[in-house]
Design a protein around this ligand. Structure first.
Ligand code: ADP
Length: 539
């Protein structure tokens, strides 16, 4: 019997669907390949890695966007027995140096352009041995670098029968959390974990990826294995479209229209921007059947617009780096098929049902399980073969963030009678006002449901009497000029919460700072607003 490794994820599409297309937008145009070519190129890369002595015990970092070469590296690194460590290209210099050094990466596969220039600038601070530029050539540089295409061209593909034997406990993947609460923490995935999670994602109870799908993973490959699409969609034999460096809404629309994308996935801001773009310039979304949205709460208004205007189903998913991304998805149960659409949205806007393979608990401050009544809130704990039980090299976090094999997610949730999870807030974002909780997510969603608002982020501001009070920031929709009083009235009418939930102030900003993964950066926002010591009026 063989171990649970990613080898069959490579075997299946390359042998059963060799003609199926892999489309990749790169910095110099679209590249059209197939699973057949992918197989040959991965086996050449395996020969190149073996030639350079990389294998079990080595860590291969990647620093790039979503394209075919990155996909090939996603396979060649773990298939060689080494560990693939994906690094976020949008991080600041300090975090990049910290992460690469902490992980002790041996070699870095880097995108040409800005990512390579970043590594070049930081080269003297890194102890990496070599860089592979994911391109045809290497620019003039002092960095010890080779071109990816040279590596492929110089090495004959090794035979399938010559591929290294793998063990399921080999570390196969690694990704750092974004470090919104302190230094980024390393999260490692074994071969077995990737096997289990990709299977979970592929099944109907996960994301239900089919061979006939045309899948476009927009969630970056440097972010939690691009929510496992590179493994799950490849294993499924689906056609894949990789959208390349910093894709704009126009780039995404072009790929959807040209390639007939049926399924795509990414954080809410990407899909909000695409709607704005289509509103302004028009666009054909008719091929698109569904969009998986997660990473932060999906605004209901956006879900409804895709549904009602474009017949696209938005599936709301929840997950963390620590759960290998997808850990729950929201779809109405079959018993809810006859419900009217509004009632279904009460379920669909939630983070949904725990994915197969996981178990959960929701506990209050005293560590007691809270009832599933849709009201009582507590911290979500999860466990399963796809959930980590420790961080890399972080003894203190390992003490604090786990309870046996349960991961303490730091998410405050309620669960309704039907088992649907609703994230009320992150423990560190929830606003504690006069001993009560105000959900920043609920306020943001209500604000974003106003047509004059495209983005909203709410933070708690220190307050002498009430400890904290909400301060809302919004970005105005194109040609709109939202008025604070109107927005307050809108909140009063739609929020279904007492008046003390209303923000003390709503500020209109040009932009709301985002983290490197496209979420609202609440810490950056607080600094920008300079609110950490500010006082607000009585509530
Ligand atoms: P970070 O945000 O720390 O970079 P992750 O990408 O691992 O790291 O984020 C995980 C967190 O993102 C979850 O704990 C949760 O707070 C938030 N999150 C993920 N998906 C959703 C969602 N659908 N709705 C609300 N919050 C979400």
């Amino acid at each position: 019997m063989t171990d649970l490794t990613i080898r069959p994820f490579f075997w299946r599409p390359t042998n059963l669907f060799p003609e199926t297309r892999l489309v990749s937008r790169t910095h110099d145009g679209t590249v059209d390949t197939s699973y057949g070519e992918f197989g040959e190129r991965v086996r050449s890369l395996l020969a190149a890695l073996a030639d350079r002595g990389f294998g079990p015990g080595d860590r291969i970092g990647t620093f790039g966007w979503n394209h075919h070469r990155h996909l090939e590296t996603y396979y060649a690194a773990p298939l060689s027995g080494a560990q693939l460590h994906t690094i976020n290209v949008q991080l600041g210099d300090e975090d990049i140096v910290y992460i690469v050094e902490d992980a002790d990466d041996d070699v870095l596969f880097v995108d040409p352009g800005d990512p390579f220039e970043t590594i070049e600038r930081l080269w003297s601070e890194l102890s990496v041995e070599q860089v592979v530029v994911m391109d045809e050539t290497v620019p003039e540089t002092d960095v010890d670098a080779v071109a990816y295409e040279d590596l492929i061209a110089e090495h004959e593909p090794i035979a399938e029968s010559e591929m290294p034997e793998l063990e399921e406990e080999y570390p196969a993947g690694m990704c750092y959390t974004s470090g919104t609460t302190g230094r980024p923490k390393g999260v490692e995935y074994t071969q077995k974990m990737i096997y289990a999670h990709a299977m979970m994602v592929m099944t109907p109870a996960g994301l239900g990826i089919e061979e006939g799908d045309v899948v476009m993973p927009v969630v970056p490959m440097f972010h939690v294995n691009s929510w496992e699409f590179p493994y799950a969609a490849t294993m499924a034999g689906a056609t894949q479209v990789y959208p390349g460096p910093s894709p704009s809404a126009a780039d995404l629309l072009e790929l959807i229209e040209r390639e007939g994308v049926t399924m795509t996935a990414g954080v809410p801001t990407v899909w909000i921007n695409l709607l704005e773009h289509v509103d302004e310039h028009g666009g054909d979304l008719s091929s698109l059947e569904r969009i998986v949205v997660g990473g932060s709460a999906a605004p209901e208004e956006m879900m409804r617009r895709y549904d009602e205007e474009f017949d696209v189903t938005v599936e709301h998913a929840w997950g963390m780096t620590e759960t290998m991304s997808i850990g729950s998805v929201s779809r109405p149960k079959s018993s809810m098929a006859d419900w009217d659409p509004s009632r279904k949205y009460e379920k669909r806007r939630k983070q949904g049902l725990l994915s197969p393979g996981l178990e959960m608990r929701v506990v209050n401050d005293a560590g007691e399980d809270v009832p599933w009544d849709g009201e009582s809130a507590g911290e979500l704990l999860v466990r399963g073969p796809t959930v980590i039980t420790e961080y890399y090299n972080r003894p203190q976090a390992n003490e604090e963030d786990f309870e046996g094999d349960w991961l303490k997610t730091g998410d405050i949730v309620s669960v309704d009678e039907d088992g649907y999870i609703e994230v009320v807030d992150r423990a560190k974002d929830v606003i504690k006002s006069g001993g009560e909780w105000i959900s920043s997510i609920a306020l943001e969603n209500a604000l974003m449901a106003n047509p004059d608002v495209v983005e909203a982020a709410v933070v708690g501001v220190p307050h002498e009497k009430w400890q904290e009070r909400p301060l809302a920031t919004v970005v105005a929709a194109e040609d709109a000029d939202p008025d604070e009083e109107e927005l307050q009235n809108h909140l009063r009418e739609t929020l279904e919460q007492p008046d003390w939930w209303l923000p003390d102030e709503i500020r209109v900003l040009e932009r709301i700072p985002k983290t490197a993964t496209g979420k609202f950066d609440k810490q950056g926002l607080r600094e920008k607003l300079d609110v950490d010591t500010a006082e607000t009026e009585d509530r």
